[in-house]
Design a protein around this ligand. Structure first.
Ligand code: MG
Length: 401
């Protein structure tokens, strides 16, 4: 029996996860699947988006700037062209969409996730910030509107797979693996002098530049703890981290009976992407398989908090909740940019995050105050989160070292 047609929107289609999603869709369609790309969104890469429009014929697209939107409208008069953050929201609300792949980078990814969920849609989520910044809102939308999230982030995808072996009530804890990034063995005193190109060299994974730097500081792992907290409804005490430099095991679930389940695979994001696309089915990917004989051994070690001070700061913000995670996320985005431009030392990312979090006061109180206002409460909370994001961006840009 032929597979039913599935209409997909890819937000962030020209980035690392977006292009790998398209690769998987092509592979699946060659195997008899019928994925049809009906919407695409890119931030700046108008040329690559134009190539994708020619190849996949979406009926709507979104690009960051209005001037670029105008270029696309002239080149593709039959395609609906949206622009900017509003455009992302329009795209997520298009009619007849079966699946939204959200591969945007940054807090900009939260509103379209909420829009998709508000229509009861399934969101294959690679945009961590949807949960880091808006985890409470996303949880509320999931329970109110009946949509679903399928995690693409490799660790969460691994946990999601391992959870099929038991009930959530049977889980003792989940253990996220962390490679330790490029500076695991670099002496603490030398971290001040590491250059952007060294930080961009992740030992195992090929990823976008923000997440690669976030892996080097371990901010990424802090964000992933927040993701796991909201995705799997686990208190922070039941989410652990283990350093596993080999990146073979993508995470563990420990059940009450002492059984530890793990997911192992080649470090290739196309595997979790495909799992989200074909879920609950598993099909051939045609990708290289893990060769256990070649691996022969695996290592694990404890996370050294002194070596990775940013991890504790992210976790502190996570436990504060409210707008604090939004603040940390936005500050980190700007501090990473400043490091990549050569403006601040690598260690400035961690120290800057700490300073900015301590400046952001009574975050929860702000949220409660505003939530008593009239109007659409969800939109009010969303705009409060985005206001915190803007505040933190400015604070991070002008923070002196
Ligand atoms: Mg990850």
């Amino acid at each position: 029996m032929p597979c039913p047609e599935r209409h997909v929107i890819i937000l962030g289609s020209t980035g690392s996860i977006g292009t790998q999603t398209i690769d998987i869709i092509e592979r699946l369609n060659q195997r008899g699947y019928a994925f049809s790309v009906v919407g695409l969104a890119a931030g700046k890469n108008v040329e690559r988006l134009a190539e994708q429009i020619k190849r996949y014929h979406p009926y709507a697209v979104c690009i960051g700037k209005e001037t670029e939107g105008e270029i696309l409208r002239q080149r593709f008069p039959k395609v609906r062209v949206f622009t900017g953050e509003k455009g992302l929201r329009e795209l997520a609300r298009l009619d007849e969409v079966d699946l939204i792949v959200n591969a945007l980078v940054g807090a900009i990814g939260l509103p379209p996730t909420l829009d998709g969920l508000s229509l009861g849609r399934t969101v294959a989520l690679a945009n961590k910030e949807s949960l880091v910044v808006g985890g409470e809102l996303v949880t509320k939308f999931l329970s109110e509107y009946g949509g679903a999230i399928l995690p693409i982030d490799s660790e969460h995808n691994a946990i999601f797979q391992c959870l099929r072996a038991g009930r959530l009530s049977e889980v003792r804890r989940v253990i996220l693996t962390a490679s330790g990034g490029p500076f695991l063995r670099v002496h603490k005193e030398e971290l001040d002098r590491v250059r952007p190109e060294e930080a961009l060299c992740h030992p195992n994974w090929a990823m976008g530049s923000r997440v690669t730097i976030d892996s080097a500081t371990m901010v990424n792992k802090g964000f992933e703890v927040i993701e796991a907290h909201f995705l799997f409804h686990l208190p922070y005490e039941r989410i652990s981290i283990i350093i596993h430099p080999d990146s073979v095991i993508h995470s563990f679930v420990e059940y009450h009976d002492g059984s530890l389940l793990a997911e192992l695979a080649s470090p290739d994001m196309r595997i979790p992407i495909q799992y989200a696309l074909t879920y609950p089915k598993r099909v051939e990917t045609g990708l290289p398989r893990l060769d256990l004989e070649k691996i022969s051994r695996m290592e694990f070690e404890t996370l050294d908090h002194e070596h990775f001070p940013a991890f504790a700061t992210v976790l502190k913000a996570a436990k504060q909740g409210g707008t604090s995670p939004a603040v940390i996320n936005a500050a980190d985005e700007v501090l990473v940019e400043r490091f990549l431009e050569g403006g601040i030392p690598f260690t400035g990312i961690a120290s800057g995050l700490q300073t900015i979090l301590s400046r952001w006061e009574s975050a929860e109180a702000n949220l409660k105050e505003i939530s008593s206002d009239a109007g659409n409460q969800d939109e009010v909370i969303l705009s409060t989160l985005l206001a915190a994001d803007r505040w933190a961006r400015k604070a991070a840009r002008y923070l002196s070292f």
